[in-house]
Design a protein around this ligand. Sequence first.
Ligand code: RP5
Length: 161
Amino acid sequence: MPADPQTETSPLGLLEDLDEPGPLVGILIGSESDREAMDPALAELDERGISHELRVLSAHRDPRGVAEYATTAQIRGVRVIIAAAGMAAALPGVVAAYSDLPVIGVPLRSSNSVGGGLDSLLSIVQMPPGVPVACVSIDGARNAAILASRILAQGGGYSPA
Ligand code: RP5
């Protein structure tokens, strides 16, 4: 029986949102417990009038969800991704592995952090050559938003081959 295009579910569910223009900034957090630490980023983007969305997606607990988000973000109109996580903070790096968009990583201090967040800082900043993540300070949510706004403010002049 042929698929009904009206009811068929896209294997990439987020592509169903294509009718809706995506926000310029996608904010990912690894856990609900990270939400409050990222409030300053949302406030900064709101103040600057920059559209954004926030999704809770864990690189370890929902790797397929992260891959889906990262591989469809650009086509949805997202221009910069801010990814925040604590502990073994793989989220920004995994997003950068799946997307050519600029990724800003925010290392978060959590209740189980080692060294006040040093674990997540090193997890985010020590990316291998060829897969860059821009890393702000521990709990540097506001700076991540400001950096995102500066990236968005840049015009063309260069297109990757
Ligand atoms: C990380 O582990 C999350 O980003 C969070 O900072 C930390 C703890 O997560 P929960 O156990 O609170 O969900 O992956």
